[in-house]
Design a binder for this molecule. Sequence first.
Ligand SMILES: Nc1ncnc2c1ncn2[C@@H]1O[C@H](COP(=O)(O)OP(=O)(O)O)[C@@H](O)[C@H]1O
Ligand SMILES: [Mg+2]
Length: 364
Amino acid sequence: MARIELEGISHTYDPPSVPETQREYAVSNLDISWPDGSANALLGPSGCGKTTILNIISGLLQPTVGRVLVDGKDVTPLAPRERKIAQVFQFPVVYDSMNVFDNLAFPLRNQKVPEKAIGKKVRETAEILDLEDLLKARITRLNAADKQKISLGRSIIREDTAAVLLDEPLTVIDPKFKGGLRRKLREVQNRLKKTMVYVTHDQHEALTFADNVTIIKDGHLIQQGTPHELHSQPASPFIGYFIGSPGMNLLDCTLQDSALQFSDFHLPVSQEMKNKLGSAGNGLKFGIRPEVVDIATREQAGAVAFTVSVIEYTGAYRVLTCDRESSRIKARVSESIPVTEGDRIWVSFPEEKLNLFFNEKRIV
Ligand SMILES: Nc1ncnc2c1ncn2[C@@H]1O[C@H](COP(=O)(O)OP(=O)(O)O)[C@@H](O)[C@H]1O
Ligand SMILES: [Mg+2]
């Protein structure tokens, strides 16, 4: 187990012959610290630099600039196997010619651990991963979810593993096994308290696995926090939309006198809100989560009329798509509110739940 730190990491895949001003950086100026024993996620869209970061931590890639520290020790010059960092990839890495037991035993045999101790450790690992009944099974008979469990088992079986990195580990897993494997990963982290960094483009996977989520966009760290912090205090409109289901409603507006002016309606705001907005008058972005907008089926003072154009049912709640001239918002409402498509409804936006962004940054 270990604390992992990235210090001023930047990386370009361009060769040194490309002039500095023309180089494209896959990741830039990353400073990230993951405490010993923590459950972490790196979350961002495809191509944002997640795999590059993992490969820099494990040593498969030498960063152009910066250092990687494990428990305060600079490991940047060390080869991957000297770092004791295990990696689980999108595609399970297993030996088809061996049974499950021998696959799990492989990292220990490499280390010349005595056979008796290997047997004990393999059974212990198999128990954690619910693979006990499959120890004698041939790999070719297993599904991808079980193979991925074996990959995970191989990454956690060595006592001296400092950290486990998982790169989109559910990508090739059949949807019906995804949930179970996702919970198993979380359970394994909880039980073993190994430092883990889980990479994904899927916010649901990141938020359910990790206590600490780092959001990456275009190679830059844009926010780090608990799932709750990211959800309730997104640093930018991008994060507001990226986190949550559906994402945050975002509308352009300006502050005029004592009201937020939208293209086709306005919302009066309190003096307190005006003070918070300060001199940021034009070019504001208004954000509100679909689950906190208030819906009424009759006209209400201060509420704005919208038309319900689409209703999506999820079982537990409904998502209403509400339109008004050029403004569109989504509202997440309980099954009990009596609305049908085409209805007129009145929408209020509780001021204490508003997010306001200026120049892509949160100001309220
Ligand atoms: N081996 C490589 N050579 C050149 N460019 C690469 C290489 N690997 C990744 N890239 C580029 O670096 C950026 C980040 O890629 P990657 O780390 O794979 O992102 P992610 O894992 O988030 O999808 C992308 O623009 C990608 O095209
Ligand atoms: Mg990747």
